[in-house]
Design a protein. Structure first.
Length: 239
């Protein structure tokens, strides 16, 4: 690497963060760096989501001090724990305060869905269904219709060990059940979903958005890195 093009600050909310850094550096062009703080969560309870949300807010100051060009708060369920309107106001206020773009994983997924023109959406998540909601369906906006869901039924502590073929299998199953879907979104950046993007897009003619892909795309674009990247779906090739 000859020079730094951009530093993307990301607060990773997970039991462990294992796959995200590896996939980040596969996807970005040379000179784009990941600045990361890890915030551990052991269960998807409301009190833990609230606590991590507060820690993430404080992490923004550290990223700014470390020279991040864009800051993204991870943990989409924690992003939406206090409501979308509250989150959007907080992101706008922090952007003004710190003088660099501040976004979140849920906002990145929402913008990615809009960019690919999602209308009829299928969501796929690593966990079992839960009352508190999930990151994928929480990113849908008015005008988008949820046609179906799939879940890998893994525990939080197992996300990093979900086999890569699981995402592809679940995507195929959902498309076969709901062929009117035009966009698939895989929630959570801490399981192996990247390898499923191109096969599903080519096989079914749909757009595929994953949480990690959307986070990396959001970080690059907000930092002014406009490179088109091949191999990781329509989002990176065309937007």
């Amino acid at each position: 690497m000859t020079h730094v093009r951009a530093r993307v600050g990301y607060s990773s909310v997970a039991f462990v963060t294992e796959l995200l850094p590896m996939y980040f550096y596969r996807m970005v062009p040379e000179g784009v760096l990941l600045s990361m703080l890890t915030l551990q969560i052991t269960d998807h309870t409301q009190d833990q989501l609230e606590s991590i949300h507060e820690q993430g807010m404080r992490a923004v100051d550290s990223f700014k001090t470390a020279g991040a060009d864009v800051i993204i708060m991870g943990g989409a369920p924690t992003n939406i724990a206090r409501g979308v309107d509250s989150l959007e106001r907080a992101l706008e206020e922090m952007t003004q305060k710190y003088g660099v773009p501040v976004s979140s994983s849920s906002m990145a997924q929402k913008r990615a869905l809009k960019a690919v023109g999602a209308r009829k959406v299928g969501t796929i998540n690593p966990a079992a269904p839960r009352k508190i909601g999930d990151s994928a369906s929480g990113s849908l906006v008015p005008g988008m219709e949820l046609l179906g869901r799939k879940h890998a039924h893994a525990r939080l502590q197992e996300y990093n060990r979900i086999p890569p073929e699981t995402a592809l299998r679940l995507g195929r199953e959902l498309m076969q059940e709901q062929p009117d879907i035009d966009t698939l979104i895989f929630g959570c950046p801490h399981w192996a979903t990247i390898e499923a993007i191109e096969p599903l897009e080519q096989e079914f003619g749909v757009s595929v958005v994953t949480a990690l892909q959307a986070i990396v795309w959001e970080g690059m674009r907000l930092a002014g890195v406009k490179d088109r990247v091949e191999g990781y779906g329509r989002l990176f090739r065309e937007h």
